[in-house]
Design a protein around this ligand. Sequence first.
Ligand SMILES: *Cc1c(COP(=O)(O)O)cnc(C)c1O
Length: 848
Amino acid sequence: MKALRTFTVRPVLSPALAPLDRLATNWRWSWSRATSSLFASMDHDLWARVDENPSRLLGTIGQARLDELASDEGFIARVRAEDERLEAYLTGERWFQGLADPKPAHIAYFSPEFGVDGSLPQYSGGLGILAGDHLKSASDLGVPLTGVGLFYRAGYFRQSIGDDGWQQESYPVLDPYGLGLRQLQELDGSPVEISLELPAGRTLFARVWVADIGRVPLLLLDAETPSNSEELRRVTDRLYGGGGEHRLHQELLLGIGGVRAVRAWCRITGRPAPAVFHTNEGHAGFQGLERMSEFIARDGLSFEVALAQVRASTVFTTHTPVPAGIDRFPRTLVADYLSGGLLAGIDGTRALALGLEDYDGGDPHVFNMAVLGLHLGQHANGVSLLHGKVSRGMFGALWPGIDSDEVPITSITNGVHAPTWVHPSLKALSERGFGDALTADHDWRDRTAVSDGELWGVRMEMKQELVAEARRRLGAAASASTSAWTAKVLDPEVLTIGFARRVPTYKRLTLMLRDPERLTRLLTDPDRPVQIVIGGKSHPADDSGKTLIQQLVRFSRDPKVRERIVFLPDYDITLAKKLYPGCDVWLNTPVRPLEASGTSGMKAALNGSLNLSILDGWWDEWYDGRNGWAIPTADTAANDDERDDAEASALYDLIEHQLVPTFYEREGGIPIGWLERVRHTMTDLGRKATSDRMVRDYVTRLYTPASANDHALSADGFAGARELAAFLTRVRDAWPRVSVRAVDATAVSAQARAGDRISVRAIVDLDGLTPDDVSVQLISGAIDADGTLAGDRATSELSAAGEDDAATVFEGSLELDATGPFGYAVRVVPRHDRLVSAVELGLVAVAT
Ligand SMILES: *Cc1c(COP(=O)(O)O)cnc(C)c1O
């Protein structure tokens, strides 16, 4: 009989074991080798059966074993030591505490998914795992950050593969208590309940779960509460489950409910209100409207002043150049929600306008969450250098008249949390060779610290573990008649290529199948074979993705190759942690430039595997010729087929002519040339590819300026915000009549020489604006054949120098510091201390 309700009964721990409770419920265990092995040692078999989750372990282990451990002196001493280490971790000074003031008092970080651990499946792929790594690094660095998300009762799906190769989904329901989450309660012990007013008199309620990620709390809103109607309880049933209104409900809850949850959290714990709100992708964009509503209803600000205040303190990170990755809702649907009582004091029509695609090439009937994000976030970024550039082009229409390289979207390249992703054996090797487990901080080229034999030994150990895991998983999934061969799949001695990811079309899961005969030859070479381990989940509604998986699975079942190419079902954090360290090479074949960053290759690199990838995302930035191989992009191909043919053929060539010879070239059994690349990769990418570096970049480049702007605008009863809003109105009103009437310069003779200085004088019509309201810029540099300032440009400012015939004169000079074709331009832009970029208002008057 199936139980009507299920829950976990927690054991009573004796005083000596009591610290286990905190050690189990703080997710730091998931990246602390010592803490997780403490739990594993309580019962190794059970540890595996509870998906390596300590709260589940404590919930199932039984009183008898606990009593036994309570009288085990050695175990008790370890418990005490781990508890002391956790206490020191939670309270000590860290990187952030050493930064000079001013710095943000508190940052709220919103994301629709968080990938913290395999046992907490609240993520579908890279976006969520990045968010999990962001929280962990913020914790390690002591950054005062709070995560905000949703608790999906069935998380993302678990994948199995049918006999026909077709993906099948299942949705095991999660028990938050059993996972070690706690419910957020008022001081009187009653559960906190957030509410949102929906159209037609309905109300959406949510409770809040708290997960401690080291020092960082993660608040997860959950619509499964008795206060909700049956229908509204389903709002948080699944991650990316439905489309349309279901998705809109989730995003309203995440954004608006999320702000309300943060307010409750601060009220109950006494934390300061966040100075910065960061939205990881556009899904949480409604948070900005909720905060505007607070300013309007509570502080009596106008719409414009509230908008200025919210923009100043909002960071928006865009994560994809693929249109399908951006949420777009029918305008009428969103209008219905924004016009009711959901957001007190807000003019629904004006709020709606902030998200409409009301620009050249957009659809004004569509409400676009990225557009909302860019309008509400003064600080915006992409997630690699290349993606920053692509995003400036893609969203350039929001800033008409601005050259795309000036569109105010910067970039911070993603990173990964090394303590989570580096294999325990490699951490142990780091301890032996360098004195600590901080693998990403060391110079692995130092052979005196770690010998070739030791490093190759650990690499082989990690490969053997992957081979064993693959056989175990395939054996468990196979029927009795087919299971014999699964015990023989893969061979740790063979060059192993890994490839796993979500399966949207642009990631080209099946590019490697482009020439099946050639692939087969590589796999079955009698002397120097290659083997491939593959994983990947397709979105449940995406049949084309499932078809790709099916093609791969069918190919991999051919008896000719099945021991050399395997598809491992249910790619998730747990599998990923075995996969990256166990592969020699990590393959990535997206259509450039659609992979915004990608992070799996970084995780592989920190474990000493080499990347083999299209020059896209992070790889375009950090590939240096020695840390792996770049698959050339067929930019000139006439169509997609031709491009795929060319890129696949380049891929086979690289494997055959570069990877295979380097890998199989041995000295005393060790591939010396290969290991040299491994050492270089671990050292070079260790410095760059970590989420510690990424979070430090966010703090110094985005959070700190945002917090400073927030403070400057809100001080003295929002005097700064009012002044800024008034400035914006004044400048926008006047701008159509601002112009450069004339520019005179000292005549430059045809023989201008490097080092000559010319003076420049511009006569500008300001139409009532003052010279202080604007900046008159002199922009100079090399020009191309049609006279465009094409390369690096220098910008200097002309200074006001009196009036001339009701216009203002600005003067300055320019040194000709470059040789060759050279030119300059003059333009007027608004000037205000609280603008991040001179062109962020989209107002520019250029001298013609
Ligand atoms: C890192 C990771 C991803 C994202 O990898 P990409 O390189 O961005 O495709 C997806 N799923 C899992 C389980 C991961 O660990």
